[in-house]
Design a protein around this ligand. Sequence first.
Ligand SMILES: Nc1nc2c(ncn2[C@@H]2O[C@@H]3COP(=O)(O)O[C@H]4[C@@H](O)[C@H](n5cnc6c(=O)[nH]c(N)nc65)O[C@@H]4COP(=O)(O)O[C@H]3[C@H]2O)c(=O)[nH]1
Length: 735
Amino acid sequence: MMIQTNETPAPHTDVAPSLHAAATQDQPETSEAHALRDAHALLGQNRNYLEQVIDGMPAGLLVIDAERRVRSMNRMMAELIDAPEESASAGHPLARWLPDAGLAARVSDALATGMPQDHILVSLEGHPDGVRHLEFNIRRTEQAGGYMLLLIGQDITFRRKARLRLQESEEFFRLTFSQAAVGIVLLGPDGRLLRVNGKMAQILGYTEIELLQRFFQQLTHVDDLPDELTLVKRLRDGEISDYQRERRLLRRDGTPIWVNVSVSTMRDAYGNQRFISVVEDISRRKGAEEALLRVINHDALTGLPNRVLLQDRLERAIAHAHRAGSQVAVMFIDLDRFKHVNDTLGHDAGDQLIVEIARRLAGSLRESDTVARQGGDEFVVVLPEMTGETDAARVARKLLDNLFQPLLLCGQEVFPTGSIGIAMYPRDGTDSATLLKCADSAMYGSKGEGGNGFSFYMADMGAQTALHLRMESELQRALQRREFVLHYQPVVDIATGHLGGVEALLRWQPQGKPMVSPADFIPLAEETGLIVPIGEWVLETAMAQQVAWQQGGLPPVRVSVNLSARQFLGQDVAQRVAVLLEKTGCDPRALTLEITESVLMQNPVAATATMARLAAMGVQLAIDDFGTGYSSLASLKRFPIHSLKIDRSFVSDLIDDADDAAIVDAVIGLAHSMKLNVIAEGVETADQLAFLLAHGCDQMQGFCYSRPVAPDAIEALLRAAPAGQGQQGNLTTAA
Ligand SMILES: Nc1nc2c(ncn2[C@@H]2O[C@@H]3COP(=O)(O)O[C@H]4[C@@H](O)[C@H](n5cnc6c(=O)[nH]c(N)nc65)O[C@@H]4COP(=O)(O)O[C@H]3[C@H]2O)c(=O)[nH]1
C-alpha cells in the first residue's frame, strides 16, 4: 500500500537517504536536525506500520481523489477488483476497475454531500470464479484542501450465495410444507396443533386456522386414542424418537378417515419439544382393502359373514367364553323345503327368499351375535356369552317365530320355516369344527322331527347322521336294484262293504334285510330329492298295475297314489302324470292322487293351479291326513278336491275321546255339505267302524278290513268281489 501524505509529495524513501547523509557527515549534528531526523524516522516507522496494517486488513481499501482517480489501494482491494500491481493501478479512473453505475452515483453523492454511503453492492463480471459480489462503504476525507474518498470493499460473494441458497431453501421448505401432497402438522407436547399445512386441513375438512385451535386428542378416533396417547407419552419421555401407525382421524363432519401417521420428535429454535407429524390419506387404499376383505369374508348374495369369517368369529367367541367362563351356542339353521321354492319358483325367487331369511335372522339377533351364511339355504348363528341351554332355546324360538312370517315370492304367499340344530360350548365341543359338526347333526335331528323346530345336540346324534348318510346311498342303490315294491290297501265303502279302490303304499325290501317302513325312509328321500325318481316309479308302477288288473279281466279299480311335497310342488306334476298316463294307458278317471293337508297349505296358490290341471285331466284328488295341518274345511273350498281322508290319529281315539268323536262327526258333516267323499284312515275296530257307519262316513281303510297287501292278494280279492260290488272280507292275514 502506498501511503500518501500531505507533508511531502516525495516518497519516504527519498527522505531517508538525505537524513542519513546528514548524519554521516563528520559535522556535529544540531539538536533540531537531530529532532527532525528522529521525527522522520518515527514517521517512516509509522508509515511502515500503517502500510502493514492496511495491507493486512481483511477488507479492501481504495482511495480516490475528487476526480475519481485512484490514488491508492491495498492488496486486498487489488485482489477483489482484479487490479494489477497497486502502483500500476494508481492514477487510473475508478470506472476502469469498478465500472458500476450505482457505485459511480454513490461516489458522486459522497463527494457532493460528505454523507457516508453504505452497503453499495457491486457485481463484477468476468472473474474466473464467476460473478463476484462486493459491498462498498464510502467515506469522504479532506486532504490538502481537497476531498478524497475511502472506498472500503468486502467480498460478499460467498455470503450472498449462502443467503441466496438459504432463501431458496426456505422458499423450498415453505412450498414443500404448504403444497405437500401429505398433511404435515407441528404439535406441541400437550398435543396442540401449532402449524398445519393445506393438505392436512383438506384431509380433515377444516380450515388451517380452525385446526390451529385444536388438540390431536380431539381429532383422533376414540378406538385409536389409547394407543396414540401411549405412543405420544413414550415420545415425550424420550423412550422412542418416532413412530408410524395407521389411524382413523375424525373429519370436521365427524366421519372417520383412515390415515398413515409418521410422528417424530424435534426441538425448535428455542429448545422446546415439538412433534412433527406427517399424515397421509390412505382412505382409498383402506376402502379397497376393506372391500376386498368384505368379498373374502362375506357372502355376496346376503352380505352376511361367510364361513371364513364365521370361523374367525366362532374362535373368538370360544376364546372369550373360555376366559369368562361362559358358554357359546352354535346354531345350524337349514330352511325347510328350500329346494322346492327353487324348483317351482326359480332361482331368482330362491335368492330372494335367502336374502329375506338373512335379513330376518340378522334382525332377530344382537350386534354381538354372528349370523353367517354357510352356503345354499344353510345359516349358522353364533351366540356368545350364553348362560345355558335355556338362553339358547329362547333365541331359537324367537328365530323360528321371525322366520315364520308370510312372504310374497312371485306373487305367491310363502311361510318360511327352518330346522335348527344347537350345540353348546363347552359341553358339546371345545373347538369350532366340533361345535359346527354337532350343531349340524342336531339340525338333522330337528329335520327328522318334521322341521320348523330346534333340537339340541345329543351324544348319539353323530351316529344318527352317519346312519342317514348310509341310508341315503342305499336308497340310491335301491332304485337301481329294484328293491322297491308296492303294496295296496283296500279302500272300502262303509255302507255296502264293497271294495271302493286301493291305496298304493311303497315298501323297501333291501336284499337280505328286513323290510323298511316308508315312514323311515320317505322323509330322507324327500330331504335328499330322491323322492322325485322314487315317486315317479311309484306312479308308473301303480298305473301299470291298474291297467294290468283291468287287462287281466278284472273290473276297473280306483288306485290312489301318495304324492310327496316335493313331487307335488317341485316339478310339473300334472305334466308328469299326463306322460305316465299316456305311457301306461291308464284311465285318468281310475287314478286318485293324495296330497297331505300341510303340503297344500305350504303354497296354496301353486297347489290350486296344479290341482286344477290334474282335475281337468279327469284325475281325482284327495286330501290326506286331514286334521293335522290346522287348515279349516272352509279353506279347502277353493281346491278342486274329491275326497277327504280323516287322519288315523282322530280315528284311533274315536271311541274313548269325545273331542275326537265330535271332530270326526263335524268333519263328516261339513265335508258332505261341500260334496266331498269322506274316507276314515286307520280303522282297526268294529266299534270305530260302527261309529263311522252311524255318522255317515263314506269309506274307510284299516287293519279291521285289510293291511296293505301285495298286488296278487288284491287280485284275489277283486276276483272274489268285483269292484263296486265287493263283499266284506278280511285280507289282514295277507299283509
Ligand atoms: N296303525 C294303523 N296303520 C294303518 C292302518 N291302516 C293303514 N295303516 C297305515 O297307514 C298309512 C297310510 O298311509 P298314509 O297315511 O298315506 O301314510 C303313508 C304315506 O304318507 C307314506 N307313503 C307310503 N307310500 C308312499 C308313496 O308311495 N309315496 C309317498 N310319497 N309317500 C308314501 O308313508 C306313510 C306310511 O305308510 P305306511 O307305513 O304304509 O302306513 C300306511 C298304512 O300301512 C290301521 O288300521 N292302523
